[in-house]
Ligand binder design. Structure first.
Ligand code: FBP
Length: 696
């Protein structure tokens, strides 16, 4: 045994180098922890004040007026510097406070910096102020599970991703009991303010908490978090107040980095279509940003599909109205995808990268209708029997049997049911995994959980079936480069020009040659060669011709991915670090100046940092009625991709270029990984840059 081999693991564990490379703390982590993002000018003084801004107005929903009377008249407030405040102002601003903060919903990179910003500002105003973090989301408020956030805790999580500091959860404070327990918690911790860092549903919750706790004197402030990017706020005149929720940029950049690596691999190995489902429960903002970042060959945008109008059907319908012509069906979508795949194959590119937004099914009429109907069936069952549908019917077969019973009743007894025989037939026609997906338990806010459905499998199942048909029809073929064809033929001393017009449908002009549709097998190849007189009956097909034919036969191979939880757990980009730290500072300004029912935001995010303006946006006026869990509920309105805005317009304009169904290289873009160093980082999402050019 050599001396080296005799080194034991025990010795190795004591080795400095081993300890260094196996430790949890690396250079990136140290850099992130010690960095303090730049702050908006207004925060550099000792005090800030709020100034009501009348230049923004909202169309207020009657229901919001009815349910949220105490906060419905709130205005947009600008955070301004309080240069020469009087003693009373100073005293109130710097009074000792207790502030609770909770993460609600899915993690989003940057959340820890909201806490860091709030903590730093609160301690600067009064070192005695306490910040409590509620554990595991709103459950922490209901059950009074909280930790006091300390300097050490904050410094451990500065600029880091995830919500690990206090964790998160999706519980909704939606019953009298939960509300009363929450109030008790605020009372027992003597909270002056509660900060809810969450998405549309959580900010909805924040508004109701603000209303309920108004008379207790507990201020409630929301913070726009979600990687989905669907919290964007404009006023009635279309003026942008909040261009993007935090976490979106980091998640999109993380997805884009992985997907661009797939583009590199696809173009190197030239044999796979990489099918990437990208998170975003409903809106396709993340897919849109990924398209801009990577130039993947195909990116579907749900909102675009919903807008689709089948002109051929309309023409066919004449004076009648064909409602099925409006919106895209799953079958039609698969045709559109197949068309793109076939076109790329025709120029020798039987590979590529496709991005499918997680929520795409929401925009396919037939599926959306099934989702809404099932939401209602489940909600009605729970209400009628005061029990839980999913607990009573744990197996798919049990659920299907219940649906069958409903359909039978509606047919036999003429009893009106939202679920009828037609729905049941349609539902029974779809694959079992998809039935299971559509029946998954809704989340606590009544949302359909798209992340639980294998959307890409549904879409790609149809694509594969149709490609098979196109292959059998001789339409799906791999184009053969002319120079390659000539080389192979000449090697066997065959005249390319004799065989060319017989073999290919486009021999005259094209750079990539397409084997004639009639030639779909060696047998049909032989028949055509004999019929055209280039070989005699029973003569063997020349090997070179056989090689060319075989090269033209495609096999459609896919690899599928789900980009969601990984990007959600990425460390924040410089943009998100700066954005969230300033959001935290804004939260404190709102609290210190007595605001409630407001959402902290930064205006002009779509522009450079020097133009950022911290504001408070009233939440109640942003609410409208939406179907949730089978009934209409007052919720914060989500923002979908605006298909008339520049970002989508640009993606549409480049669609053909990025599909690259033409001879030559693909047009992929490599955004690279998320670096912490500000200089190498893109300073904001491309979607924002483009949409800021909107002159409508
Ligand atoms: P939030 O809106 O709560 O931020 O969550 C968004 C999201 O990441 C969606 O993109 C995704 O559909 C969903 O959460 C997944 O939910 P879960 O974490 O419960 O699986």
């Amino acid at each position: 045994m050599s001396k080296q081999e005799s080194v034991t693991v025990h010795d190795l564990l004591k080795n400095h180098e081993v300890q260094n490379v196996t430790g949890n703390v690396n250079r990136e982590l140290i850099e992130r922890r010690k960095s303090i993002p730049p702050i908006c000018g207004v925060f550099s003084g000792a005090y800030t004040a709020l100034k009501g801004n009348d230049s923004f107005s909202f169309v207020i929903h009657k229901e919001a007026e009815k349910q949220l009377p105490k906060i419905i008249r709130n205005k947009v407030q600008n955070v301004v510097s309080a240069d020469a405040p009087d003693e009373a102002f100073k005293k109130n601003y710097a009074k000792k406070r207790n502030i609770g903060i909770v993460f609600s919903g899915g993690p989003a990179p940057g959340g820890h910096n909201v806490i860091a910003g709030l903590f730093d500002a609160a301690k600067k105003a009064n070192p005695e102020t306490k910040v409590y973090g509620f554990l595991l989301g709103p459950d922490g408020i209901i059950e009074n599970e909280a930790v006091e956030i300390t300097q050490n805790i904050v410094d451990t999580y500065r600029n880091l991703g995830g919500f690990g500091m206090i964790k998160t959860g999706r519980t909704k404070i939606d019953s009298k009991k939960k509300m009363s327990l929450s109030k008790q918690t605020c009372k027992s911790l003597r909270l002056d303010a509660l900060v809810v860092v969450g998405g549309d549903d959580s900010n909805t919750n924040a508004a109701f908490l603000a209303q309920e706790m108004y008379s207790d004197g507990v201020q409630v402030i929301g913070v726009p978090k979600t990687i989905d990017g669907d919290i964007q706020v404009r006023d009635a005149a279309g003026q942008v107040l909040c261009a993007m929720s935090f976490g979106f940029h980091s998640a999109a950049r993380a997805f884009a980095n992985s997907i661009s690596n797939l583009c590199t691999d696809a173009a190197s190995d030239v044999k796979y279509w990489h099918v990437c489902k990208v998170m975003g429960r409903v809106a396709s903002h993340l897919a849109l940003e990924v398209a801009l970042q990577t130039h993947a060959n195909i990116t579907l945008i749900g909102e675009d599909l919903a807008d689709y109008v089948d002109t051929r059907r309309i023409e066919k319908a004449g004076k009648e109205v064909d409602y099925t012509a409006y919106g895209m069906t799953l079958r039609h979508l698969s045709r559109v995808i197949c068309d793109a795949i076939v076109r790329r194959a025709a120029v020798g590119k039987n590979y590529g990268v496709m991005v499918i937004p997680e929520g795409i099914l929401e925009f396919i009429n037939e599926i959306q209708m099934l989702i809404t109907k099932l939401n209602t069936v489940i909600a009605e069952y729970n209400q009628t029997y005061d029990t839980a549908f999913h607990a009573d019917f744990p197996l798919l077969e049990d659920k299907l049997e219940y649906l069958r019973r409903l359909a039978r009743r509606s047919r036999e007894e003429g009893f009106f049911s939202i679920w009828n025989t037609r729905d049941d037939d349609l539902f029974n026609d779809i694959p079992e995994f998809f039935q299971e997906g559509l029946l998954t338990e809704r989340d606590s806010h009544g949302n359909f959980q798209f992340s639980q459905v294998e959307t890409e499998k549904v879409v790609m199942g149809l694509v594969k079936d149709y490609l098979k048909i196109l292959k059998e029809k001789g339409i799906y073929k791999i184009g053969i480069e002319r120079s390659y064809y000539q080389k192979v033929m000449k090697k066997e001393e065959l005249d390319p020009d004799t065989f060319g017009p017989v073999l290919f449908s486009n021999y005259d002009a094209a750079m990539f040659l397409l084997v004639k549709p009639a030639i779909i097998s060696l047998k049909t190849l032989e028949q055509v060669l004999v019929a055209e007189g280039v070989i005699r009956e029973n003569e063997k097909i020349p090997p070179a011709v056989e090689t060319i034919f075989k090269k033209s036969v495609p096999s459609f191979k896919t690899q599928t991915y789900f980009y969601g939880y990984d990007g959600r757990g990425n460390d924040p980009t410089w943009f998100d670090c700066t954005y969230t730290y300033n959001l935290g500072l804004t939260v404190f300004s709102l609290v210190a100046n007595g605001a409630t029912g407001q959402m902290a935001a930064i205006m002009n995010l779509e522009h450079g940092f020097d133009r950022w303006e911290p504001i408070g946006i009233p939440i109640a006026p942003l609410m409208h009625l939406e179907e949730r869990g089978g009934k209409m509920s007052l919720v914060l309105e989500r923002t979908l991709v605006d298909v008339n805005a520049p970002a989508f317009g640009i993606v549409k304009a480049f669609r053909e270029k990025w599909l690259a169904a033409a001879p030559g290289e693909d047009n992929y873009r490599k955004p690279g990984p998320v670096y912490f160093a500000g200089k190498t980082e893109e300073d904001r999402p491309i979607t924002l840059v483009l949409n800021s050019l909107d002159s409508r």
